[in-house]
Design a protein around this ligand. Structure first.
Ligand code: F6P
Length: 193
């Protein structure tokens, strides 16, 4: 079978502080996940010797992959949804400073585009070439971000793209997708850290 392996980056300092976007380093717990990842990969990924690891250009995904001894490729298109003027803020700060935007996002999370940033729809468009490239890959582990993974996940699970913002992609979990002719099977491997 052909699998696609997905993971969010380990917990970042911003995750701890409830801030969105940014380019923060991993937290202590996030580094634990990074250190655990090689043994998870060896245990669960058949032919891991031939694995390729894709990350975004942001530090937290590269740090998460830093202990993995495989060829790596960095894609700008795998960077997290750009929150524009809200980058680096908490949801509470956004609700206070941009109440209309906060409400608009709540009403249509798929179409809402951050001021100077992106919507989920925008992310899906920029992921198109990546997804095409993924379909040609034998053995790839993609370490990226929550919103990006929700879009990739919905695509492979055949979920309508408008539902992408609500896919559940927890931290510290390796996700295995097995695309079949009529459905994609999914297995979640939780790292116990
Ligand atoms: O909080 C982590 C994060 O990856 C943010 O950087 C990003 O804006 C957010 O998740 C996306 O999730 P949501 O669309 O639910 O706000």
């Amino acid at each position: 079978p052909r699998y696609i392996w997905l993971s969010r980056h380990g917990e970042s300092q911003y995750n701890l502080e409830g801030k969105i976007g940014g380019d923060a380093d991993l937290s202590e717990r996030g580094w634990k996940y990074a250190k655990k990842l090689p043994s998870l990969v060896e245990t669960y990924i058949p032919n891991h010797e031939k694995l390729t690891v894709w990350t975004s250009t942001l530090k937290r995904t590269q740090q998460t992959g830093s202990y993995l001894p495989y060829p790596k490729k960095t894609w700008k298109a795998l960077d997290e949804l750009d929150a524009g003027v809200c980058d680096g803020m908490t949801y509470e700060e956004i609700a206070e400073k941009y109440p209309d935007d906060f409400k608009a996002r709540d009403e249509d999370k798929f179409e809402y585009r951050y001021r100077g940033g992106e919507s989920y729809r925008d992310v899906i468009l920029r992921l198109e070439p990546i997804i095409m490239e993924m379909e040609n890959q034998e053995n790839v582990l993609i370490i990226t971000h929550q919103a990006v993974l929700r879009c990739i996940y919905a695509y492979f699970m055949n979920v309508p793209q408008q539902q992408s913002p609500w896919m559940s992609i927890p931290l510290h979990t390796l996700i295995r997708l097995e695309p079949r002719a009529y459905e994609t099977l999914v297995t979640r491997i939780k790292a116990d850290i």
